[in-house]
Design a binder for this molecule. Structure first.
Ligand code: FMN
Length: 201
């Protein structure tokens, strides 16, 4: 009987994904991922965009906060460290930071919780949920590499936005789609053929 009640509660709880966007280059990756998840899943998308990410998005795409808000079920300010996603009791499928700046990578690697993005990532790790970081920087210094090692040891998946060059003509649009799909596949959802190699013809 108790089991049935618990199952019913589980069945009712929505699938939620936290999507954090930080100030590394590549805002288009975040928008593409959000766009696709909105279309292809019924997941609730909980979105946080850092101040630096807004600056980068404005520069790279000429868009502002509203472009992200239009694709989100809930939007949070990065300084709102009391938001629902700052608590482990708020059940989620996990969290992705796309793109992930070296600044936010460092904060996560060192367990900081002074921004909502860092706190939500820390919570995702402590709850043993999936945390995917899409760090964009090149070249990498030893601090970046050590921070990537630290987050990997803590359970995160580090997935740099590196395209596969064997999947046909790589226009900028296809490159962005391919990387976004690869990230989606890390959460168990992804369409063919972007992220898949199905063998040589
Ligand atoms: C146009 C622009 C491009 C940037 N590109 C990168 C980048 O590719 N990788 C990175 O780690 N930081 C990059 N930065 C620097 C970050 O935005 C900066 O470190 C910021 O403090 C990150 O804050 P956040 O982690 O809260 O988003 C860039 C900044 C600007 C203005």
């Amino acid at each position: 009987m108790q089991r049935n009640v618990r199952d019913a509660n589980l069945a009712r709880s929505p699938s939620r994904l936290v999507v954090a966007v930080t100030g590394a280059s590549g805002s288009a990756l975040a928008l593409e991922l959000l766009r696709w998840l909105r279309e292809a899943t019924d997941w609730e998308l909980h979105v946080v965009v850092s101040a630096a990410a807004l600056r980068t998005a404005r520069l790279e795409l000429g868009v502002g906060r509203e472009a992200f808000a239009a694709l989100a079920d809930a939007m949070y300010a990065n300084k709102d460290i009391g938001a629902s996603i700052a608590s482990g009791s708020f059940a989620t499928l996990g969290m992705v930071v796309i793109p992930c700046s070296m600044n936010t990578l460092a904060a996560i690697a060192h367990g900081l919780g002074d921004t909502l993005i860092a706190r939500a990532a820390d919570v995702t790790l402590k709850e043993r949920r999936r945390l995917v970081l899409v760090p964009r920087e090149t070249p990498l210094n030893l601090i970046h590499l050590r921070n990537m090692t630290a987050v990997t040891e803590a359970g995160a998946v580090v997935a740099p936005p590196v395209p596969a060059f064997y999947l046909g003509e790589l226009t900028p649009q296809r490159l962005v789609q391919q990387i976004a799909m690869r990230v989606a596949s890390l959460f168990g959802v992804a369409p063919a053929p972007w992220a898949q190699w199905t063998g040589e013809e």
